[in-house]
Every structure is written in C-alpha cells, then in structure tokens.
Design a protein around this ligand. Structure first.
Ligand SMILES: [Zn+2]
Length: 268
C-alpha cells in the first residue's frame, strides 16, 4: 500500500517536472524556442533627409540604430534566413532570443547605413534582391551592385536571397505580376536570379520574398519547382516550427515605431 502511494507520488513528481522543465530551461537559455520573429525593413535614410515622413518603406537610420541596440542590450542574437532554413529542417526549435533581420529590394542604403550598425553589434541580416534592379541607380534610389554584394557577403554581415528577377512590378498599376504569371514563367524568373547569383560568385538563394507579399498556389508551386526552400510573405506573426515553409510571416517595421512598440513587436 505504502509502495503504491510512493509510486503514485513519483509519477506525479515526474509529470510536474516534465511540465515545467521546458519553460525553466527556456528561461535560462538552454532549451530551444518554438518561434522566432522575422523583421522586415526596406530603405533607410537619415532623419535630416525627412524622407520617411510620407513613406512607410523608409525607416530613419536613427530609429534603426536604436532598435538594433535594444536587441543587443536585451540579449538577442541574429539568425540569417539560410540558418532559419536549417533550424526549420531540424524541427527542434530555434536558439533562445533569436531574431531574423531582413531587407527587401536591395537598396544601397543597406550597405551605407545598416552594415556599419550591424557590424558594430555583431549582427547579421539577409537581403532579398530584385535581379533586374541590381546595380541600377536612379536619382532617387540606388541599388547594390553585384560587386558590392560579393564583398558584403564575404564580410559575413549580409547574405542575399531571391526577390524575383523581373517580377517586382504591378500589372495595370494594381496586380502584382507574380500572381498573374503562369507557373513556367515564375519558375524561369526565379531560376534566372539563382543563376545570376552563381555567375557572380554568391551563395545560391534558399528563399524568396514575394514582391508586395503577394502569392497564390501557382506561385508556391513554382517556388518549390525552382528548388527554393522557403517563401516569405508580409503577414504578421512569428515563424514557428509548425509554420508552412512557403507562407512564412514577417513583421514590417514601419517608420515612427517607438522602442516600446518595437519591443512588443519582437516579443509578440
Ligand atoms: Zn519588394
């Protein structure tokens, strides 16, 4: 009778320990996280240029710096998109306090403003580039060149991923091209950019960011067919071990995001 009671107690203790152990280990950083935030930026400009006021895709450099410093002070470490791919494959989870920093479109401002800040903090980021825009400079915006991309990836601060070669535009000013195109054209476009990466000595992309965040089943089928392993949307939420690899959420960081709001976004 006594032995039986002891046995029951033992089982209870074991069950309670099993229930609280992951939470405890996660707290001390010894147990993987189930999810990770993926942040999305586009263009950075100094506050003095005042450009960010009416454009949601331009974040002041000062805000970006504060946000990165906040991450560092709070013990966060960056995970690149290709590392994210490996963590998702293992299905075990993510390192504690991981955060993925991404930039879309491949603007020169990433090299000018983000790289020194990231380097200084020991952070890394992933940039989704538009093939047809590489090295293109207009009066308003400059894009990174292949040479710069090669140098920056060599330094280990940035890695580069696919944002389509020539599908980053709106048909009739309103329909994202990718969701209008037939599958074979999408596959060809994605492979064109993958090949350009190889030609310029850059690592083969593992992920695509859908232009304008727009995708459908045809697009997803084409991404798989092209051999890419992940697709990023701009839907809000965290990437978890259960996330659909071809519909991964990302959180846009808009200009004017206070550090409190930023902290809430990262912890969401
Ligand atoms: Zn874009």
């Amino acid at each position: 009778m006594v032995g039986m009671r002891k046995g029951v107690l033992g089982i209870w203790t074991a069950m309670v320990a099993l229930a609280i152990l992951p939470a405890l280990l996660r707290r001390v950083g010894a147990f993987p996280e189930r999810s990770v935030p993926v942040l999305l930026y586009h263009h950075l400009a100094p506050e003095s240029e005042g450009k960010y006021l009416d454009n949601g895709a331009i974040v002041p450099v000062e805000e970006f710096r504060q946000q990165m410093e906040w991450l560092r002070e709070h013990g966060y470490r960056t995970i690149t998109v290709s590392e994210l791919d490996r963590f998702l494959s293992r299905r075990w989870g993510f390192p504690p306090k991981g955060v993925v920093i991404t930039f879309d479109d491949g603007y020169e401002s990433v090299a000018t403003y983000a790289v020194p800040i990231l380097e200084n903090l020991g952070f890394r980021a992933s940039v989704f580039v538009i093939g047809s825009q590489v090295g293109r400079n207009t009066s308003e915006l400059s894009h990174l060149s292949w040479e710069e991309m090669k140098t920056l990836s060599g330094k280990g601060v940035l890695e580069f991923q696919n944002h389509t070669f020539a599908a980053h535009y709106l048909i009739d000013g309103q329909h994202p091209a990718l969701t209008e195109w037939p599958e074979n054209l999408i596959v060809k476009d994605l492979k064109d950019l993958d090949n350009a990466f190889a030609e310029h000595g850059l690592a083969r992309p593992v992920a695509v960011a859908y232009p304008y965040g727009a995708y459908n089943d045809v697009v997803v089928g084409a991404v798989k067919e092209a051999g890419l392993k992940m697709g990023f949307t701009v839907e809000r939420g965290r990437v978890s071990t259960n996330s659909d690899r071809f519909r991964l959420p990302r959180m846009i960081v808009f200009p004017g995001t206070s550090i409190e709001k930023f902290a809430a976004l990262v912890r969401e």
